[in-house]
Design a protein around this ligand. Sequence first.
Ligand SMILES: [Zn+2]
Length: 135
Amino acid sequence: MKRKPLELADKAAVISYLRSRSLEWPAAEGGCWEWMGYREKEGYGRFTAEGKPRYVHREAFKAFGRRIPDGFTIDHLCGNTSCWNPSHLEAVTREENTRRARNAYWKAFLRDNHAALNVLGKLGGSVIEPVAVTR
Ligand SMILES: [Zn+2]
């Protein structure tokens, strides 16, 4: 029996497809939903749908009903590029993404301290601005 090909417009199917190939970390461990399939060198998860390679985090973002405005990119607040938990993703301008990426300290801190995400969640993300001082 042939499996029905994955259609990106079918949001529930996209989410269940991603979920079946991911590892969900408990909240105490940061709560990342980590893609276990093919990853690029930088860690970004990839899969093929509708005949083209797709980014896991971008398709997940859209599958959860969120829009990526033109020219915007998706920033991983958790620093884990294989993650597609929508609460760890934020659509930002490329300029903002570059500014955040330059802050190596902040990125390394998040990578090494997944529990910091819980604090971040409690503060509603406001902790980002005072820490991201590199301009
Ligand atoms: Zn994450």
